[in-house]
Design a protein around this ligand. Structure first.
Ligand code: ADP
Length: 498
């Protein structure tokens, strides 16, 4: 009984009411406007220099490369002009010594070599054709413009973007450390190595993965109104949306095509409300924060994304384990354990280590509708080394996991709903249930967490200015491969601006 009461009280602390959602949406809109006016605000609102989204009719062969952390991916994409595409890719681990190379050139020369290998392996015919052309045409760089592959470069490290294919590295993360590259233009670094190998490739666009998601979605599911937002709910969370140029007040460093009157903005919404004006903070959020690597930053992300939800749950579970008033994962409940054995938690259980509980088990908990919770109890054994957990304990685990997941989904609706309101598109008569506002989402949470999208919709319906009727005119669809087809599409848009 004590466990049930305690669990209910925990669940209540993760409740995030309709009123809370509305307050947060207002604050999101305020911070979004602030970010469009000046630098150094909570929502960075980074201009991407991408001024149009695709409509599905785009055609051609493009390249995309992705340096994300552990791996380097090289990809060619044939856009077929009907919202579909075919692609080929190679993936290679980045050698550890190059992650900490002395000179930027060492890493980028390796990337260029991998691109060359890819061309030889998968595009030898096109490649030879280009080489032959190069020998017969005497343009300055040796290639005729129409024979140069345009390439999108997804580079998932902090950069200051100053043009569609220009951006200087601010700092390395994820185990990379090559001081020589700091403040240099990463596109120029890659282009220089590509040119040394005489490859017919132009680094046409520097790509953020969220922008890639928006582009990929707009190509595959364009509808009449195009897509307005691409959002990721995976390890981290972020969104990029189409904004009117007239609302972008801060000065831009580089040139761009002004004819569309729009530009894609990378919100960097993971850092929404770093000052905690409206975000909910339980004692477990505070505890996660205290022990995090970046206290005071990414406050929204720490309540929403896959990297953190499991850790919040782990902190609650540890508190329950240490509470002498309740019996949780202890022998007392084992009478209801169908195997008649006692509950034992192995000392090496992830429950006792920071980040030791993978958010994926929350999906297992949510999915398990079995009256005995057999699937979840098995996962507790396999993944967390809690042997022979009792039904009551698994149920308590499930309820807390649900509360944390539900709060995350409702918080996700804050960003999505605020961006929908920011675009003003709900006032547009052309936006109907048949031709809705389209949003592309990617990431394990939206893809695998059962009910995540329905919970987002439930909160969207409660937002002032959206409501039941507005929510029906918002379509949220899964989109993958933002760093492949999305990057290729940005290269295409960039080529059109040359
Ligand atoms: P990334 O964002 O790094 O590209 P993903 O979208 O796969 O990759 O997100 C990985 C994150 O999602 C990890 O934090 C992981 O714990 C979490 N995750 C993986 N599988 C699931 C799942 N089935 N349900 C919920 N979260 C998951």
């Amino acid at each position: 009984m004590a466990l049930e009461t305690e669990t209910d009280s925990i669940v209540q602390q993760f409740e995030y009411s309709d009123n809370d959602v509305n307050k947060a949406v207002k604050e999101f809109l305020r911070q979004a406007d602030e970010g469009l006016e000046k630098d150094g605000t909570s929502l960075s609102q980074i201009p991407t220099y991408v001024t149009a989204v695709p409509n599905g009719t785009e055609k051609g062969l493009y390249m995309a490369v992705d340096l994300g952390g552990t791996n380097f991916r090289v990809c060619s994409i044939q856009l077929l002009g009907d919202g579909t595409f075919s692609h080929t890719y190679n993936k290679v681990a980045v050698p550890k010594n190059l992650m900490v190379a002395k000179k930027a050139e060492d890493l980028f020369a390796f990337l260029a070599q991998e691109i060359k290998k890819f061309l030889e392996e998968h595009h030898s015919e096109d490649f030879e054709h280009h080489i032959r052309r190069r020998m017969t045409v005497s343009s300055p760089d040796g290639f005729r413009d129409e024979h140069i592959f345009r390439m999108g470069f997804t580079f998932s490290f902090p950069v200051k973007q100053v043009g569609i294919n220009k951006g200087t590295l601010i700092r390395w993360t994820k185990g990379f450390d090559i001081p020589d590259a700091i403040d240099k233009d990463v596109c120029a670094l890659l282009q220089a190595e590509i040119d040394k190998l005489h490859l017919p490739i132009k680094v046409a666009a520097l790509v953020n993965d969220t922008v890639g998601t928006l582009m990929a979605r707009s190509y595959a599911a364009p509808g009449k109104n195009g897509s307005v937002l691409g959002a990721i709910f995976g390890t981290g969370t972020n969104g990029a949306y189409v904004e009117k140029l007239s609302k972008l007040k801060k000065p831009l460093a580089g040139d761009y095509d002004q004819s569309t009157g729009e530009m894609v903005i990378n919100t960097e919404w993971g850092s929404f409300d770093n000052q905690l004006n409206v975000l909910p903070t339980t004692k477990w959020d505070a505890s996660l924060e205290k022990d995090s690597l970046n206290p005071g930053f990414q406050m929204y992300e720490k309540r929403v994304s896959g990297m953190f939800l499991g850790e919040i749950l782990r902190l609650v579970v540890v508190e329950l384990l240490n509470n002498p008033e309740v019996s949780f994962f202890k022998d007392e409940n084992s009478s209801s354990n169908d195997r008649g054995s006692v509950t034992i938690i192995s000392r090496d259980s992830g429950l006792f280590k920071q980040w030791g509980l993978d958010t994926a088990i929350m999906s297992t908990a949510e999915l398990d509708q079995d009256p005995e919770l057999t699937g979840l109890r098995q996962a507790l054994e396999n993944n967390l080394h809690v042997y022979a957990p009792a039904y009551e304990d698994a149920l308590a685990f499930k309820k807390v996991a649900h509360a944390i997941g539900r709060r995350a989904a409702r918080l996700s609706a804050v960003a999505i709903g605020a961006i929908v309101l920011q675009t003003g598109k709900l006032n547009d008569k052309d936006v109907t249930e048949e031709d809705p506002i389209d949003i592309g989402v990617d990431g394990s949470l939206v893809e695998h967490y059962p009910g995540f999208r329905p919970m987002i919709y439930e909160a969207l319906r409660a937002i002032d200015g959206i409501g039941e009727e507005g929510a029906k005119r918002i379509r949220i669809g899964l989109t993958q491969d933002g760093s492949g087809v999305g990057a290729a599409l940005i290269a295409l848009v960039a080529a059109g601006m040359e």
